[in-house]
Design a protein around this ligand. Sequence first.
Ligand code: AMP
Ligand code: MG
Length: 343
Amino acid sequence: MNGRKLYLALPVIILAALLAFAHRGRFFPPREAERTLFAMDTVISITAYGADDAVLDECAAALSRLENDLSVTKESGTIARLNRDKQAELTPDAELLLKEAISVSKMTGGAFDISVRPLVKAWGFTSDERRIPPDAEIERLLKLVDYRKISLENGRAKLGAGMEADLGGIAKGYAGDVLSAILRSAGVSAAVVNLGGNVSCVGAKPDGKSWRIAVKNPAGDGIACILEKGEGHVITSGAYERFFTGEDGKIYGHIIDPGTGRPAGSGLLSVTVAGKNGAMCDALSTAFFVMGAGAAADFWREHGGFELVIITKDRKIFATPGIFPHVVPAGDFASVKVSEIPR
Ligand code: AMP
Ligand code: MG
């Protein structure tokens, strides 16, 4: 090409380069690294764009650290030691999470309470022997449930006699926070982590569109709706995750109302909380399942900072204004009209 031709072609070359840059996600999608693993009692998948396998190794190591430290069944971990000895020195993760858990307990008037474990056990949700405990047993165990009797001081936690703690209602959300931070600091352009249906999104999707996150159908197969949204966590609680049907035909789910000692029966099929703090979203979704739609909406009006999608037993879908336009009903719920929760 002589000088004059190059001079003429230059604007075209520059324009092409600019277009390619603007659409780089679409034309040249960044390298995608993916991993599926099993931890914290659930299948976890991580998809990261513009990342290499070393970042995924770091995520896997963090997950096994969290599981070993926070699971009630890992004997050398902080929570198992706390339950056994009624006191334990805390790792930074355990301390942070216990503080967060107690703060949500205070805010929800005890609807979220990690000391509910003796009842979770009595109903058989920690084993394969589901059962309906006799009333007297429930009354006796209820006396052991009280987050105000968990003390946190100088990096140590203490429980009252007979008490046991269980971070099952908050730990996966926290894992979402930890993995998101690892992915972000490794400079990945975008990533999505799915922790057994709880989803954490980092950055913007490479094709420039919103993330599309499915909420499971809590009353059958498939999905109930799709949420189109940006960065953050989407965490769902529901009885459908772990439950049994009693001889009375009633469904008994794994989320226990710390007020009654019985599986929460607040008229919800599922509640989804979307926000920036995964641990908080996780704890709130569990608490809201206990509290019911009206109290969850009141809590949102008072505190805000997150969005809510509620599916009720009468198969209605309610959503807060920030997410309402981005809820697309699907599957068995495709014909349901979403209602906006008024401010
Ligand atoms: P999630 O799936 O996040 O709603 O958490 C449910 C798990 O949290 C259960 O399997 C129990 O281990 C535990 N849990 C049950 N009821 C409560 C409660 N009211 N507050 C805190 N944790 C609970
Ligand atoms: Mg939860």
